[in-house]
Design a protein around this ligand. Sequence first.
Ligand SMILES: Nc1ncnc2c1ncn2[C@@H]1O[C@H](COP(=O)(O)OP(=O)(O)OP(=O)(O)O)[C@@H](O)[C@H]1O
Length: 346
Amino acid sequence: MAAIETRNLTKRYGDDAALEGLELTVDEGEVFGFLGPNGAGKTTTIDLLLDFIRPTDGSATVLGHDTQDETDAVRDRVGILPDGFDLWERSSGYRHLEFALASKGGSESPEALLDRVGLDRADAERPVGDYSKGMAQRLAMAMALVGDPDLLILDEPSSGLDPHGIRTFQEIIREEATDGTTVFFSSHILGQVSAVCDRVGILDDGDLVTVDTIAGLRERSGVGSSLVVDVAEEPVVDLGEIDGVTDVTVRQDGRLRVTYADPAAKALALHRLVDSGATIVDFDVEEPTLEDLFTAFTGTDADSVQAGESSDELGRARHRATDGGARVDSSGPDRARADAETEVGR
Ligand SMILES: Nc1ncnc2c1ncn2[C@@H]1O[C@H](COP(=O)(O)OP(=O)(O)OP(=O)(O)O)[C@@H](O)[C@H]1O
């Protein structure tokens, strides 16, 4: 049984389609990233799955239940972290959890839930009207986890979170997935989706553009990997002649970027450079970033997809030069991603 299955799911407002003919299957136990820019239709899809709004056309099942005819059965087994949720400002975090535990019949202790999301127990005594956005988001995540749901639906879960909170949420998502929970995770932040998701669906302007694993997206996008070489002097050899090389450019930092579709071209390019007498100071390989993939599949500039997360930070920070030299940042892409997420959290 699929955790989520939609057939021609469509929502129109007047002549405008918020979602057009969505055909999507999310398997049980997978972490599925639903990626798209502002206004792509992510929240509309989630609202349709939970029967908060009704489709103009088409249908959907969640955990085998029809979303319109068996809404209670759906909501009973789904944990939801909605985008833009409302809390009762004068009630404490504890009261919110107690309410969620009572309405879901959950057996967890409020303290265990608070600890899991990293919300201070003393803060849980305070009215939520005093909470920061990140604290409110942590409380909402704790409420979503109540009752050990079979499906977690998280709409922009990192909204308002600091980098530590982002990591906490990613750990929760991984733990839930290990436990067999399906996670449907909407985001416009590419790095966060790639950090936790088994598969990704890219939504653009109400249309599902593609669904695949990150590796599959890389392969199908045609966006090649690049060999970035720091050479002591301008090479006198035409690397563009090598079979499988698709592009050769000199970057702003003076390094040579050789983009290739065929991995065999990488070694050939290095050999050709050495044979030409060039002195190779350093080299590295850059894989296409998710931003590159998004652009390849939608034709949309990835800068419009996310605020504050630079593709240069994400994909290329490991090539930072230090002391004006060409040393490679040994902390690698994970560090780069953490750096990028620091940006996001600001
Ligand atoms: N009640 C409504 N009336 C008219 N248009 C709507 C309504 N709700 C959503 N839309 C439109 O539907 C489209 C999809 O909106 P939706 O909120 O699903 O996007 P999203 O991908 O969740 O965006 P974001 O990342 O900004 O949350 C947008 O163009 C939006 O303006």
